[in-house]
Design a binder for this molecule. Structure first.
Ligand SMILES: Nc1ncnc2c1ncn2[C@@H]1O[C@H](COP(=O)(O)OP(=O)(O)OP(=O)(O)O)[C@@H](O)[C@H]1O
Ligand SMILES: [Mg+2]
Length: 229
């Protein structure tokens, strides 16, 4: 099967008060279309850094990220931004919503560069809200909702463009374990409908949802086999 995402020999070095150190070292892995993969590592191991590199938000010091045959950082900044909008959905570790926008207005923002008709946008918004079971909260202010509802809104906003790759940082952060399982079941059902997904987590409880696991150790990743956890 052809790889949809290729992460090839990625390094991220930073210089901090004249000391140079590696946040990530020689990271290589690939994902196939339809994978539900997890990058697993403790706090500070570099998960959010790797997510932003894989998603075209932060250039690595060296190495390549190739998504659907496009080498992300070997194109102009404008082309990268356009590619990112079309092909990558993000759910960040700390969620932000624009103030004064209700739920439906919050989730349509990634569609706006696509110049769709008002009707198409509303149709997409409604079907996406029903995919995440939030049909009844269209008019609510996301900041007034529970952490679980905020996560569902953020997932809706990330999938409304039908991205090639969905990247999720700490899907079960800030919710209790039952709610975390609800969120993971939602992600699993989106994956069953074809959404290639890569989650980044410190939570070993949710690794059972993934078909592939990449553990960050000593600043690099190793694929773990399913029967190891
Ligand atoms: N631009 C930067 N300059 C210096 N250090 C940085 C920079 N970006 C990240 N770091 C450091 O790199 C390490 C990895 O950070 P990162 O946020 O990627 O980890 P994480 O695994 O997502 O952690 P958490 O589970 O707490 O969210 C941390 O020690 C962080 O302080
Ligand atoms: Mg993080």
């Amino acid at each position: 099967m052809e790889s949809i995402l290729i992460v090839d020999e990625v390094y991220k070095k930073v210089i901090d008060e004249q000391r140079e150190f590696d946040i990530l070292r020689n990271i290589s892995f690939t994902l196939n279309s339809g994978d539900f993969a997890a990058v697993y590592g403790p706090s500070g191991s570099g998960k959010t850094t790797l997510l932003s590199i894989c998603g075209g938000l932060q250039e690595p010091t060296s190495g390549d990220i190739i998504l659907e045959n496009t080498n992300l950082y070997k194109q102009s900044k404008e082309d990268l931004m356009e590619f990112r909008h079309k092909h990558i959905g993000f759910v960040h570790q700390y969620l932000h919503f624009f103030p004064h926008l209700n739920t439906i207005q919050s989730i349509i923002s990634p569609l706006l560069p696509q110049k769709l008709s008002q009707q198409d946008i509303m149709d997409r918004a409604k079907s996406t809200l029903s995919q995440v079971n939030l049909e009844n909260l269209e008019e609510q202010d996301p900041y007034q909702l529970s952490n679980e509802e905020k996560k569902r809104i953020a997932i809706a906003r990330a999938i409304i463009t039908n991205p090639t790759l969905l990247l999720i940082d700490e899907p079960t952060g800030n919710v209790d374990s039952n709610t975390g399982n609800e969120i993971m079941n939602l992600l699993a059902s989106l994956n069953q409908n074809g959404q290639t997904t890569l989650v980044f987590t410190h939570d070993p409880e949710i690794l059972r949802y993934a078909n592939r696991i990449f553990e960050i150790k000593n600043r690099t990743v190793l694929e773990m086999f399913k029967n190891w956890y």
